[in-house]
Design a protein around this ligand. Sequence first.
Ligand code: DXP
Ligand SMILES: NCC(=O)COP(=O)(O)O
Length: 238
Amino acid sequence: MPRLSVNLNKVALIRNSRGANFPDLIRVALDCERYGAEGITIHPRPDQRHAKYADVEALKEVVTTELNIEGYPTEKFLKVVLEARPDQVTLVPDEPGQLTSDHGWDTVGRATELSRIIGRLKNAGIRTSIFVDPSEEILDGALAVGTDRIEFYTGPYAHQYAIDRAAAVAPFAIASSHAAALGLGINAGHDLNLDNLAFFSEKLPDLQEVSIGHALVVDALYYGLENTIQLYLNRLSR
Ligand SMILES: CC(=O)[C@@H](O)[C@H](O)COP(=O)(O)O
Ligand SMILES: NCC(=O)COP(=O)(O)O
């Protein structure tokens, strides 16, 4: 069964809106783990409007499941993760100021830069993942730059799911088989939710981990955090 890593960006967003430490991200992370989450994810962006760089070190001290830090590899981001050494770093090709993530890396065009950054992270003992679209050429490029895993950007799947779920998942299922044949580990995330998650997980038998934040935090408003995490885990059980 794929691991569920809870993305706490939207919890951090609420905290930041009042300038005090409420809700306390550390307490929420520990509660997520207590309620069954198998990982914690944050994505500090350059403007730190969601998670802040200081949250990385603080979470590293307490998270006992798996800490996944996502972000664009600025020198500041790399300094923070190389010092904190989370379990996994997921590189995402976001422009500064981007509303949210909306595409994967060009692993061919940016191969030199990616290889160098992935090398630095792996030398520090950090597992690497890179955010990608479901394309065989991009996956071949991902293998060539030396990443341990890829994370499929699932926004297009989520948007098409209600229209034609079989067509929505097809490119991801094909790409996932290709990634598995290459020996790449497979993660996925973005706009996964209680409606679309089970079908995605069922059609990608090699899927190892999903990171989910936005929908999960919204669902927690209605169902509570503990129930919500259980509902997501239930969708992932095979
Ligand atoms: C890479 C990815 O898809 C997530 O980190 C996502 O970008 C989080 O989104 P928000 O920061 O918009 O909550
Ligand atoms: N990597 C994707 C992630 O962490 C969460 O994305 P979302 O569920 O907030 O869209």
